[in-house]
Design a protein around this ligand. Structure first.
Ligand code: ADP
Length: 186
């Protein structure tokens, strides 16, 4: 599941994982769990996340590698918020290859900037996330998405797995669009 911050990746991934019996892996959630638990890693990542910057590639790659083998009994994975750089995408592809798996689809949620900012401001009221509360940090996250994460779309295109999904509308409408695309390959 791919898209800018606030595009609905997390919301949609949770329901999709239930419907398709997949494991939902969100690097954002994993990092926030480290922060909440007060681990050394969490402490090191706190400032980076609060500023809306990306944590180092090796940190998230190691996190995903650790989780990837807990898939027993599940049909696959939904990655949410990962990969966020081309380096992470290449690492993911290699990890999957080593285990005779592959990236089936990259679903890119498309949402206007105005709508993104609006959704994150609303989410800040309930999420308690510091990175949602500050407009300057929201803007930086969108900027980081453009410069570092959006190039992953080109990677997906080259691999022939990329699909654009209209991310505007109700949660149910977007869910249906995502399911229609997923159902094409299963
Ligand atoms: P959102 O997509 O709404 O911005 P996430 O929960 O996916 O939120 O991520 C929150 C923060 O966690 C990011 O701004 C970044 O600092 C860090 N993060 C999450 N995933 C990654 C990743 N794959 N690579 C680097 N940093 C990440």
């Amino acid at each position: 599941m791919f898209g800018p911050p606030g595009s609905g990746k997390g919301t949609q991934s949770v329901t999709l994982a239930e419907k398709y019996n997949c494991l939902h892996l969100s690097t954002g959630d994993m990092l926030r769990a480290e922060l909440a638990a007060g681990t050394e890693l969490g402490k090191r990542m706190e400032k980076i996340m609060a500023a809306g910057e990306l944590v180092p590639d090796d940190v998230v790659i190691a996190m995903i590698a650790n989780k990837i083998d807990s898939t027993r009994g599940k049909a696959g994975f939904i990655f949410d918020g990962f990969p966020r750089t081309v380096e992470q995408a290449v690492a993911l592809q290699n990890m999957l290859k080593e285990r005779n798996m592959k990236i089936d689809q990259m679903l890119v949620l498309e949402v206007s900037d105005v709508e993104l900012t609006d959704r994150m401001k609303k989410r800040a009221l309930i999420s308690g996330r510091a990175d949602d509360a500050d407009p300057a940090v929201i803007n930086n996250r969108i900027e980081v998405y453009r410069s570092k994460t959006a190039p992953v779309i080109e990677f997906g295109r080259k691999e022939g797995v990329h699909h654009n999904i209209n991310g505007m509308g109700t949660v149910e409408e977007i869910f249906r669009r995502l399911c229609d695309q997923i159902d094409r390959i299963i």
